[in-house]
Ligand binder design. Structure first.
Ligand code: C2E
Ligand code: MG
Ligand code: MG
Length: 482
């Protein structure tokens, strides 16, 4: 438009020049001004591009997004039509960047930007917030929230389809999925940054659901988030105020003899009562608090093992401690375990550390080193929730694992689902051929126990024998069933 104006001005100047032939000098000055002005406009355009667009993808940046979003909210307030804000995050983008380099990562972002543009209407906005995060504003969707959500879903479907096709990044072929979070907007109910936060939260929900999905934000989710923040704040004080407690769940063999226990943490919250580890361990992991909590668990378990050494009924028991992947990758981890075992003077062969398979994906060399070092001290390693991740046979062979713990999801349906029985039988056969011991967790019924025995598993843990209980109850139980 500005270009057009400049041209019109120049034309006027020329016309003017023809009219007032004598006034040559003035006309020349005016023409010069027009040209200078045009250059200014060009420069201005350049500045605007730098300020409002992302250089890599040429998409609007955060500033322009907020500008457009404000406009969209104003329009929605005027015409009563709902719109949607979508937050996209590429799955595992960091892996690509780390393995193939940032140049290749940049290429992917550019191609993703192009493909995204093909998924939306001209009046909609796509912006890149930075990294692998994109935001889309869909306007004028519907008067109704339900229809608005349905249309948002359609767009998301289109995006999943488009973005999942293979990319050619120089000589590499690459395939990728995306997680999307969405929230609907209506007029000025919420401010742009609030909407963005909602869509971001919903996006994380999608990641949690296994990626390549769309999640909507709702007020219910907001509540979940608020509780989470509270828990986070209170976790900081939980150790010093001695609010944690270990529960012990017995492990038995096929004769019903107890041979060990798993230590499971509980949080005795002064107001909320007992909080399950499922509700606070993930938060502790995200915030780094797991390091302190993990150390507390290890120390408490070692103290318990020391106590058991005094009693012939408990002397032989092993105690399993769960270790979070976050703890394991800490550089201090190995040294701390060694130091703790020494400090409490326990027999290290009575201590078992449980890791999950998911840990075996990254930094395999370091993991092998740490696990071997733990083995050398005599500590046993158990792979928890086995069957739910992707550990390769190769790792299992290299890793000096003492025990596989068949995940409860397989045990739950073993009686009714023949596929689960096949999986369990395969795990057991594989473990035996690698000289690894097997334990089934989540055993709740006699029928499950029988089928496990039939398939060669003779170590169990589950409600059939006992729930996790405080130490006093546990020791009573041992006296009863030894
Ligand atoms: P996990 O290590 O796989 O522990 C087994 C979970 O299954 C425990 O839940 C246990 O109470 C439950 N369970 C045992 N038998 C049965 C059964 O027969 N049926 C059913 N349905 N469930 C059974 P819990 O205590 O809520 O712990 C959940 C998870 O929290 C644990 O899963 C573990 O991953 C984590 N966790 C617990 N304590 C700690 C800890 O001290 N440190 C770390 N990092 N994680 C912990
Ligand atoms: Mg466990
Ligand atoms: Mg488990």
């Amino acid at each position: 438009q500005d270009d057009e104006k400049a041209k019109r001005a120049a034309e006027l100047v020329i016309a003017n020049k023809e009219l007032s032939f004598q006034d040559d000098e003035k006309a020349k000055r005016a023409a010069e001004l027009v040209i200078a002005n045009k250059e200014l406009i060009l420069q201005h355009d350049k500045i605007m591009t730098l300020a409002y667009y992302d250089m890599l993808t040429q998409l609007p940046n955060r500033w322009l997004l907020f500008d457009r979003l404000n406009q969209a909210l104003a329009t929605s307030a005027r015409n009563g039509r709902r719109g949607a804000l979508l937050f996209l995050d590429l799955d595992h983008f960091k892996n690509l960047n780390d393995t193939l380099g940032h140049d290749i990562g940049d290429l992917l972002l550019q191609q993703v930007a192009e493909r995204l543009m093909s998924c939306i209407r001209e009046e909609d906005t796509i912006a890149r917030l930075g990294g692998d995060e994109f935001v889309i504003v869909l306007e004028d969707l519907s008067d109704s929230a339900i229809e608005g959500a349905a249309k948002t879903n359609d767009v998301a479907e289109k995006i999943f389809l488009t973005l999942s096709k293979p990319y050619q990044l120089k000589s590499h072929f690459y395939q990728n999925t995306t997680s999307i979070g969405a929230t609907l907007f209506m007029g000025h109910e919420l401010k742009p940054n609030e909407l963005l936060k909602q869509a971001d939260i919903a996006m994380y929900e999608s990641k949690g659901k296994g990626r390549n999905t769309l999640s909507f934000f709702s007020s219910m989710m907001q509540e979940v988030i608020t509780t989470r923040v509270n828990i986070e704040n209170e976790l900081h004080r939980a150790i010093e105020q001695e609010q944690f407690q270990l529960y012990y769940q017995v492990q038995v063999d096929h004769m019903g003899h107890p041979f060990g226990a798993e230590a499971l943490i509980r949080w005795q919250h002064p107001k909320r009562g007992v909080i399950s580890p499922i509700d606070f361990i993930p938060i502790a992991e995200d915030t780094g608090l797991i390091i302190g909590i993990g150390q507390w668990v290890l120390e408490t378990a070692c103290a318990q093992l020391k106590g058991w050494e005094q009693d012939p009924l408990t002397r032989h028991l092993t105690l399993s401690v769960n270790v979070s992947p976050k703890q394991f990758v800490e550089t201090e981890f190995l040294a701390q375990v060694q130091a703790t075992v020494q400090r409490y003077g326990i027999n290290p062969t009575r201590l078992k550390l449980e890791f999950t398979e998911s840990m075996l994906v990254d930094n395999i060399k370091e993991i092998i080193f740490t696990i071997n070092a733990l083995n050398e001290i005599g500590i046993k390693i158990s792979l928890d929730d086995f069957g739910t991740g992707y550990s390769s046979l190769q790792y299992l062979k290299k890793l000096l694992i003492y025990q596989l713990k068949i995940d409860q999801s397989f045990v739950r349906d073993i009686v009714t689902d023949s596929q689960d029985e096949v999986i369990i039988r395969t795990i057991i056969a594989m473990a035996h051929s690698l000289d690894i011991s097997v334990i089934a967790e989540g055993v709740e019924t006699e029928a499950q126990r029988q089928l496990l025995i039939t398939n060669g598993c003779i170590h169990f843990q589950g409600y059939l024998f006992s729930k996790p209980v405080p130490i006093d109850e546990f020791e009573l139980l041992i006296r009863k069933i030894h």
